[in-house]
Design a protein around this ligand. Sequence first.
Ligand code: FAD
Length: 481
Amino acid sequence: MLLEAGARSPNEATQALYEGAVSGHSYYPLRNCRVRQLGGTSSVWGGWSRPLDAVDFGKRAWMPFSGWPFLKEHLTPVYERAQRVCGLGPYEYDAADWRDADAPTPLVQSPSFSETMLQIRATRFGEEFHQRLSASDTVQLLLRANVLTIEMDAINRTAQRVQVATLDGNRFFVSAKRFVLAAGGLENPRLLLASRVASERGVGNDNDLVGRFFFDHLHAPVARLRVHDRSSHAHHVSREVRGTLVRAAICLSPDVSIREKLYGFGVTFHNARDPHDIFSLAQISESYDALRYVLKTLARGERPAKLLQHAASVATGLDDIATMAWRKLATPTASELVAGCRAEQAPNPDSRVMLDDRLDVFGAPRARLEWRISETDLDQLERAQAMFAGALETGGIEFALTPREGEGGWAEKVGGGAHHMGTTRMHRDPTLGVVDQDCRVHGTSNVFVAGSSVFPTGGWAPPTLTIVALALRLADHLRLS
Ligand SMILES: Cc1cc2nc3c(=O)[nH]c(=O)nc-3n(C[C@H](O)[C@H](O)[C@H](O)COP(=O)(O)OP(=O)(O)OC[C@H]3O[C@@H](n4cnc5c(N)ncnc54)[C@H](O)[C@@H]3O)c2cc1C
């Protein structure tokens, strides 16, 4: 049985259940960086996909709490299957695999960096799989079914049932032999912490680890590059090669990241004059977004929620909207590229998701995110930026580095990518992780977790392909055990 809180389309009252508090480094409002409907946040994601690198799985002496319970090779077969589930092309990510006659010459040719590819396809999982789920003989899909708590036996070891509520006042329980939490990186820990019938600490939280180690990818503009030869520098353009949309990126070469003791760091290039070509969610225009929401909702024949608020946002951002709309019609040629990085954070127990004092309409505690970015994370990003600058210099590229501090400095602008990772981290040792190598919550016999909350570390690649690969691996485990 698949218990899904949302329906097939967005709903204001359901989305409001995602409201929560934020403290620490500034973050997106929690209701805006995920979607509570069938298909979850894939209803709005960008579809940028790439597996993690081999180096991400190893224990790195220079990164505290690093190391997955297995190597990348172990995931390769499920990554290949995940490609198909996500509707991507072949499991190939070396730039050389995608070189064709139209390929731009590599922008950065330095032994410190490798050229790689992202594949882009924004599969909307809700739309893609609804038909199959509804017709399935083996899966029963229940929409608008909000899981409130997991009820455990008296010794907090075996889950017996979950309590479910709908917004129109229905409440019921669902019993099962095994339970999989797949509610997203903020909601998975919220549910474990809120399930306090057998223990005040919640489920799987004997070692006070649930919700800790939250991390995201650090998105920052690291440099601006002058473009002289447009054809050979078209790295900001997504290209279709043999039916697959790909986009070039560069990342630290594995031997260099090991030798220099660096965290993951990847860079994509963006047309500085095109407001649609962005590398960070923080760049999205609120007014343009409000207008798109109202128009989309009307197109579905529904009444937009909070119409006045959206109208006010549109009215105050007409300049933005005009520029965005114009740039949609006439993409400007790039004379300057913004180099946007996705950098890795080290897992930090003080960066965490907790329960807030405020309750939602069901009386369940809301989530509170305390996001921490450490000085070491920022120093690491700065060192990788300096290596990037060296590579640009070697290539004879004209560029201006974004300073770390001061006006326009990246330290202030650095933001997350709505990649919610680490909050139920995987480790064989229950004193270091919430789930074991099979994604079973330590200390329980039948509660499992799917999603990026199980990532012990996150590299620089976007997380969703790995989420899907781990979900397939978990499905195999449940089928066979
Ligand atoms: C604007 C945006 C762009 C993004 N772009 C990319 C990208 O290009 N590449 C990439 O890899 N990642 C991207 N991401 C991140 C990506 O969307 C997430 O990694 C991915 O959706 C997480 O999948 P998930 O299934 O774990 O969680 P979600 O997609 O959040 O799904 C959780 C599901 O659980 C349901 N649920 C939650 N709580 C309950 C409950 N109590 N009871 C019942 N059901 C519940 C929700 O309704 C939802 O269906 C982006 C995110 C955003 C916001």
